[in-house]
Write a protein that binds this ligand. Structure first.
Ligand SMILES: *[C@@H]1O[C@H](CO)[C@@H](O)[C@H](O)[C@H]1NC(C)=O
Ligand SMILES: *[C@@H]1O[C@H](CO)[C@@H](O)[C@H](O)[C@H]1NC(C)=O
Ligand SMILES: *[C@@H]1O[C@H](CO)[C@@H](O)[C@H](O)[C@H]1NC(C)=O
Ligand SMILES: *[C@@H]1O[C@H](CO)[C@@H](O)[C@H](O)[C@H]1NC(C)=O
Ligand SMILES: *[C@@H]1O[C@H](CO)[C@@H](O)[C@H](O)[C@H]1NC(C)=O
Ligand SMILES: *[C@@H]1O[C@H](CO)[C@@H](O)[C@H](O)[C@H]1NC(C)=O
Length: 467
């Protein structure tokens, strides 16, 4: 009789534990395994989930990956441009080692890997990466991975940039709308011309630019988030790419190129169970690429954001472009005016020489008649270089102390430099004039006193003479 309660307890606990185990959803499917609409894969630590979903008001079905505790935050979509009718989708791992997404008997999307795996498995990792691998091979050798096919979200560890051997580029593309994940008009990509820079483009039009990579971060972007995450650029003969890592494992972070063409760096707030925007870009009225025309500088502190660089003047009322007040002639006396703490001009026509120090950089620029500006920049941590611009200067932005700014030296002709000295000259002239006047007054006073004294003496002696 006394044994019955004990059994009840043991049976109950066994039931609870076996139930916990059963409720653990798989993170992997093997050959000929499948997932149909309504079923999901869940990564081992339950961070990410893969399955079918309908975005916003849409009734179309897409295969995607999202945060398990934030299903609205979809980080990857397989069939972006090929939606499936409700309930008709099925994901299978074929015996040839490809992931196929079918709508009835049509393949709407697949991994297209060639070279069959003998023991293929598809696994959703806790980083948010869906990987295809041979079950027997080394853990990190993947036949295919979703991280190499980005949608609109850059997760920690994902790369955007270039494979220099194959010429292949990876970048983010925005959704068309909140209801439609098909390829939208905005992209976020790495430009590898000279020094790495990041761009938001709309089609083929540049819309926003960071400054160049300086070994620590990209110029002109907030420097503060370094405490929260670390931006990374890897550049070697095989690849040039950008990625990032959160400062600690407890930080859940994503970078999202939203449908309006803005980047948002989002952090998951556990307390409130929502995403906080750490920052977004473009972030002020100077963020819009080249909004000020050539040879001008944008400052968000000014009501009229655009201003010609010192030594340049506005071409006309209609045009935002600025022209040299006095053209370069490559004659003696040419020099530079310094712009402090700016996002340096776009690297349209540049040359980078890593063997020149600051003095050498200035001399090298002066030597070439078409060099219009130079800057001493950090190329990577501990390596510096001389960056020289040729031709018009575009998209210079004044940045506040919180952002990463650099100094640029703009070349001016001798008379151009003279013009910027003119105001000083006028001041000096006035000072000289004032001194002359005051000297004259003092002199006048002294002469007056002397003359008065002389007059008194003279008068006295005159009186004596009369006596
Ligand atoms: C992968 O291999 C392991 C060990 O050989 C095995 O236990 C497991 O079931 C395999 N998984 C799949 C999905 O085939
Ligand atoms: C998916 O479609 C392909 C091509 O029609 C077909 O060979 C395959 O059997 C289908 N798979 C499933 C699970 O429906
Ligand atoms: C995109 O981000 C910008 C900047 O944070 C925000 O103002 C805008 O509302 C966002 N758009 C969407 C569709 O989320
Ligand atoms: C860098 O400048 C030095 C000095 O003018 C020159 O000798 C060298 O060829 C330059 N290097 C490159 C890569 O242009
Ligand atoms: C000046 O630099 C430009 C651009 O790099 C180059 O094409 C030109 O040959 C150089 N001119 C001289 C005189 O070195
Ligand atoms: C270059 O890096 C050094 C330290 O690595 C830093 O002190 C310096 O301010 C940086 N210069 C620029 C222009 O970013």
């Amino acid at each position: 009789m006394g044994k019955a309660p004990i059994c009840t307890w043991i049976c109950f606990l066994t039931l609870v534990f076996s139930h916990l185990e059963l409720s653990d959803e798989a993170d992997v499917i093997g050959a000929e395994g499948s997932i149909s609409d309504g079923e999901t894969l869940v990564s081992s630590l339950e961070t990410f989930q893969l399955g079918f979903f309908s975005p916003g008001k849409s009734r179309n079905r897409y295969l995607g990956i999202w945060y398990k505790n934030s299903p609205g935050a979809v980080v990857w979509v397989a069939n972006r441009n090929n939606p499936i009718a409700e309930g008709k989708g099925v994901l299978t791992l074929s015996d040839t080692g490809n992931i196929l997404l079918n709508q009835t008997n049509t393949v709407v999307w697949s991994t297209k890997v060639s070279g069959a795996a003998r023991n293929p498995v598809a696994q959703l990792l806790d980083t948010g990466n869906l990987v295809l691998k041979d079950n027997k091979s080394m853990p990190e050798s993947y036949l295919w991975q979703s991280f190499e096919h980005p949608s609109d979200t850059l997760l920690p560890g994902m790369k955007i940039g270039w494979n220099l051997k194959t010429g292949e580029e990876r970048y983010l593309t925005s959704w068309t709308s909140a209801d439609d994940p098909s390829l939208g008009s905005f992209t976020y990509r790495l430009d590898k011309n000279g020094l790495p820079q990041l761009f938001i483009d709309r089609g083929s039009v540049k819309r926003y630019r960071t400054g160049p990579w300086n070994g620590i971060g990209f110029g002109g972007v907030p420097a503060v988030p370094n405490l929260v995450f670390k931006p990374i650029v890897i550049s070697n003969e095989n690849e040039v790419y950008h990625t990032y890592e959160p400062a600690s494992n407890s930080i859940t972070m994503r970078l999202w190129l939203n449908q309006s063409g803005y980047l948002q760096r989002l952090i998951w707030e556990q307390k409130s169970n929502e995403w906080d925007v750490l920052y977004s870009a473009p972030f002020d009225k100077c963020g819009s690429y080249g909004s000020c025309g050539v040879n001008s500088i944008c400052s968000s502190r000014r009501a009229d954001a655009c201003e010609c660089i010192k030594g340049f003047i506005s071409k006309s009322q209609e045009s935002k472009n600025c022209l040299r007040e006095s053209p370069l002639d490559c004659q003696k006396g040419e020099g530079f005016t310094r712009l402090d703490g700016v996002k340096v001009p776009d690297l349209l026509k540049i040359e980078l020489n890593e063997s020149l120090n600051p003095t050498g950089c200035e001399a090298e620029c002066l030597k070439n008649c078409s060099c219009t500006a130079y800057a001493n920049v950090n190329v990577s941590e501990g390596r510096t270089g001389c960056l020289m611009w040729f031709g018009d200067l575009f998209d210079i932005t004044e940045v506040s102390d919180m952002y990463r700014g650099e100094d640029v030296f703009i070349r001016l002709s001798a008379s151009g430099l003279g013009l910027t000295h003119d105001s000083k000259k006028k001041n000096r002239m006035a000072i000289i004039l004032v001194s002359i006047i005051s000297s004259a007054i003092i002199l006048g006073l002294i002469s007056f006193i002397i003359w008065k004294r002389f007059e008194v003496k003279h008068h006295r002696s005159f009186m004596f003479m009369n006596k």
